[in-house]
Write a protein that binds this ligand. Structure first.
Ligand SMILES: Cc1cc2nc3c(=O)[nH]c(=O)nc-3n(C[C@H](O)[C@H](O)[C@H](O)COP(=O)(O)OP(=O)(O)OC[C@H]3O[C@@H](n4cnc5c(N)ncnc54)[C@H](O)[C@@H]3O)c2cc1C
Length: 402
């Protein structure tokens, strides 16, 4: 299995995951093993124990809880999926609220709506056109950039979500192991997970480490990147209002060049700053956000942010970091039996749209592992080598710019 490094070269986000697992010996066997301690794996582990308290559940995390995308995310909670609504998906945000309620997880979730923004000028009054919403700002991003729609959504504190899910899983009886990378899985009637410290037999396995699993499997029509993000110095209330962000709604573009962001409680902005490819023949773990391509992307983004609105012109970055994301063609998540065994389920590749979806589908995966629910057709992947994803040109091109 392709292993993450300690991610020390990916920078530090502003969120803190306040959780350390209780020390406990690694079991010889478990009913359910979860690979990866992000939102997906933690939600699945907690939900498994909630529904089946008699079943043994263990989470193996290669580094620390939330060390992957979940502790590094922007924390915008969005409806549906990156591919929009999918057959049978259901209401992701209502599901998130229900799951967090049942697990007693507090994460400052505020669902006051999110703005879709686009590079277009406001229609002239005389045109008689009625925009879906009246934009509270018109920023300059080469072209005018303004709000074109308001959608369900909001934001949360990712550190609190990761820590809260981990605490819920542990409280309900799941065992959590940090610094325990799963080195390999031997599939048979069940599965045998190889760790540095021995072997663990498992009845069923959830691979909730999608960015790494997909990098290795090369089966899904998937492509992985490091997404860059920044947190800025805080704005004064008057600057926030002048820039049209007094309502504090998170925003993301529905066209390119891409931009997403949100306002924190202290009036700082958290924004996306572009994508970076793994080095030729290497892995995402080798990327250093302080070096070359990533450093260039941060510098370009600083210039772009300063130009968006005069209120942003003096903002500096207090945090610069990156985290892995995986895309597949059609932007559909991977939610599939493992190509080598029906005892394994692979879940992830949310295409940068995974905060709410990971928790929601993590709980669904738990129900599927308990044979109480089917996997959706839209998440299925093919057999090794069956098809490969050719990334669209903008992805590879934009990975080099912003
Ligand atoms: C910078 C950034 C900003 C984002 N912003 C948003 C946003 O605002 N809104 C939104 O909806 N989505 C956003 N996303 C996407 C969202 O954060 C992810 O989709 C979500 O966190 C994925 O959670 P996960 O649990 O599937 O994966 P991860 O959190 O990546 O968890 C996988 C875990 O598996 C572990 N692991 C890997 N290999 C192994 C192994 N062999 N053995 C054991 N453990 C292993 C890793 O260490 C990691 O902790 C963003 C992502 C990034 C990177």
């Amino acid at each position: 299995m392709s292993l993450p490094g300690a991610y020390s070269s990916w920078g530090v986000p502003p969120w803190r995951v306040d959780f350390r697992p209780l020390p406990t010996p690694i079991p010889d066997s478990v009913d359910f093993a979860v690979v990866g301690g992000g939102f997906t794996g933690l939600a699945a582990a907690a939900w498994l124990r909630l529904l089946a308290p008699e079943a043994s559940v263990a989470v193996f995390e290669a580094v620390r809880i939330g060390a992957g995308a979940s502790g590094r995310t922007g924390g915008m909670a969005l409806a549906e999926s990156a591919a929009g609504n999918l057959p049978g998906l259901g209401d992701v945000l209502a599901g998130l609220v229900g799951i967090l309620g049942k697990l007693h997880v507090e994460c400052e979730l505020a669902l006051g709506g999110a703005w879709e923004i686009a590079h277009e000028a406001a229609p002239p009054e005389s045109s008689g056109a009625h925009p879906a919403v009246r934009s509270p700002f018109e920023w300059k991003d080469g072209e005018p950039l303004r709000v074109v729609n308001e959608v369900p959504g909001g934001a949360l504190d990712p550190g609190m979500l990761a820590g809260g899910l981990a605490r819920a899983a542990q409280r309900l009886g799941a065992k959590i192991f940090e610094h325990q990378p799963v080195l390999d899985i031997l599939w048979g009637r069940g599965a045998e997970l190889r760790l540095h410290d021995g072997l663990v037999r498992a009845g069923r396995v959830l691979l909730a480490n999608s960015a790494w699993a997909l990098e290795r499997l090369r089966v899904a029509d998937a492509y992985t990147f490091l997404t860059l993000a920044v947190a800025t110095t805080p704005l004064a209330d008057s600057q926030l209002a002048a820039a049209g962000l007094a309502e504090r709604k998170p925003f993301y573009t529905v066209d390119f060049p891409y931009l997403w962001g949100r306002v924190l409680a202290n009036n700082a902005l958290v924004c996306g700053a572009g994508l970076v490819n793994a080095p030729e023949g290497g892995t995402l773990a080798e990327i250093d956000v302080a070096a070359e391509e990533a450093a260039r992307a941060f510098a370009e983004f600083r210039k772009r942010l300063h130009g968006l609105h005069p209120a942003f012109s003096a903002l500096e970055f207090t945090h610069r970091w990156g985290g892995p994301i995986a895309f597949r063609s059609g932007w559909r998540p991977v939610f599939s039996l493992h190509p080598e065994s029906p005892q394994g389920i692979l879940l992830g590749a949310y295409a940068g749209h995974g905060v709410a979806l990971s928790v929601y589908l993590g709980a669904w995966a738990a129900e599927a592992m308990l044979a109480r629910r089917k996997l959706p057709d839209w998440g299925r992947i093919g057999l090794p080598g069956e098809f490969r994803f050719e990334p669209p040109a903008w992805m590879t091109r934009r990975a080099k710019t912003s």
